[in-house]
Design a protein around this ligand. Structure first.
Ligand SMILES: *Cc1c(COP(=O)(O)O)cnc(C)c1O
Ligand code: SF4
Length: 440
């Protein structure tokens, strides 16, 4: 039976495959690993990484810190401290300073935190009327850490930024009052790092009649990619499967929002078995991933991924644009290129794969899709639309931004045709005033 073994900065040299790894790569892990969170495990190491090709292997890059992920000056600062044998606390302090320059809490996660009377529900985010996000405090870790991840302050001990809640009670009270909510999305970190019994303590109460308005339970997880044995051979795997079956029996929809970044993550026996086991409960699996340089910036990788997903009975759902945080500069791709990659992949696949939407940016205002680049009466523009809007009335209205070949995020875009604001920008302020409870 296979057991999870984690590798971090303290023990990664025990990874057998490291016998043949260059000193340079090891040094970069040491230096950069002090700033970016670093954790991998035996499944990623033994079944996903191509060790004959670590210099460019996507799965290696996804988990292991590389030199170019930090600014030269930041790299140099930490390198110097290590060479001088500086105090652990000194290195830690400088690493924290560097982290704070990396936009640790992008696009206002701290916004949209709702209230229950006077009490601020810290582990809850309610941005779109129909869906509540919940960050259970026991799920604020993952089976391995992605080097691009914007949730990294949660893993690196910057606790005041931690975005979690201890009690299910407050969440349940909130949901019982808010009848407009149809979906609850458990997220993290990775909620599938929680034990079955903790997960059950959050989910089983939702079967009560007072939550009959909650139609869908969603679980956002990377565990199918990083630890598919979660659904197969962990001590409580069978309890997880039973819980999933019970959600369906309770008449609710269960959707696993699975995070897959690369086709290789869909290639092992373990992941295929895990997908099949989840699907046998009646749960659906929807897939999503950011688009990342050095990981998946080729249309063929996406068309392969979507096809494999459909083969395995999963539903392609979102392609995201990488957020402005952490090692963003290493992973970022200009918006126009994101769109080109999307459409080249999209046109290669059948309609069954075209349930996917993107490329999309999760901004304060909502999820903004880049529909494309077009020339309108001599002006080159981006055509955009909201897939999700802070105000539901904004959704699906095409709008235009000045073309910018370098832009990598919505905040760098200006309205097209000389307008001084986007159509939604006035009402954004208004809605915050009139609905502070929901949209704070
Ligand atoms: C994406 C997202 C959701 C879920 O949106 P769907 O389009 O329904 O999947 C909910 N809340 C926030 C803050 C989100 O970013
Ligand atoms: S699995 Fe998700 S939350 Fe965890 S490190 Fe990767 S992107 Fe971040």
């Amino acid at each position: 039976m296979i057991r999870l073994k984690s590798y971090t900065l303290h023990n990664y040299k025990e990874i057998p495959q490291f016998d043949s790894i260059s000193e340079e790569i090891i040094k970069d892990i040491e230096v950069v690993g002090h700033v970016l969170p670093f954790k991998t495990n035996n499944y990623v190491v033994d079944e996903l990484i191509d060790w004959s090709n670590v210099e460019t292997d996507a799965m290696f890059t996804l988990n292991f810190p590389r030199k170019e992920m930090l600014d030269k000056k930041h790299y140099y600062t930490i390198e110097q401290l290590i060479q001088q044998n500086a105090d652990k606390s000194e290195i830690q302090k400088r690493a924290n300073d560097i982290r704070l320059t990396l936009n640790p809490n992008p696009a206002g996660q701290e916004h949209n935190v709702p209230f229950l009377g006077e009490i601020k529900l810290k582990g809850v985010q309610h941005k779109y009327p129909e869906t509540v996000l919940f960050f259970p405090s026991q799920g604020q870790t993952c089976h391995a850490y992605c080097t691009f991840c914007f949730r990294w302050p949660q893993f690196s001990g910057m606790s005041e930024l931690k975005f979690a809640m201890k009690e299910a009670d407050l969440l349940l009270k909130y949901l019982s009052i808010h009848k407009e909510v149809t979906d609850i999305l458990f997220t993290g970190g990775d909620p599938m790092t929680m034990s079955a019994s903790i997960l059950e303590s959050y989910i089983r109460p939702l079967f009560e009649p007072r939550f009959s308005h909650i139609r869908s339970i969603r679980i956002g997880t990377k565990s199918l990619a990083y630890w598919p044995y979660r659904f197969l051979t962990d001590n409580d795997s069978d309890d997880i499967i039973r819980l999933f079956e019970d959600v369906i029996k309770a008449g609710k929809n269960l959707s696993v929002q699975a995070h897959f970044n690369h086709p290789v993550e869909l290639s092992t026996d373990a992941v295929k078995k895990a997908i099949s086991r989840i699907r046998s409960t009646g749960a659906q699996i929807r897939t999503q991933s950011p688009l990342l340089k050095h990981i998946n910036d080729k249309p063929e990788l996406w068309s392969q991924m979507w096809r494999k997903q459909v083969d395995l009975g999963c539903i392609p759902y979102y392609m995201f644009i990488a957020r402005d945080t952490g090692a963003k500069r290493y992973f970022e791709i200009p918006l126009e290129k994101c769109w080109q990659i999307f459409r080249r992949a999209y046109r290669q696949v059948s309609g069954l794969c075209r349930t996917v939407r993107g490329p999309s940016m999760s901004d304060h205002a909502g999820k903004i899709q880049v529909l494309g680049v077009q020339e309108i009466k001599g002006e080159k523009v981006f055509v955009l639309r909201f897939l999700q809007g802070r105000n539901p009335n904004w959704v699906d209205i095409p709008f235009f931004a000045e073309y910018d070949s370098k832009a990598t995020w919505f905040n760098q875009l200006k309205p097209a045709f000389g307008e001084d604001k986007f159509f939604f920008e006035e009402s954004k302020a208004k809605i915050q005033v009139t609905k502070p409870f929901l949209f704070e």
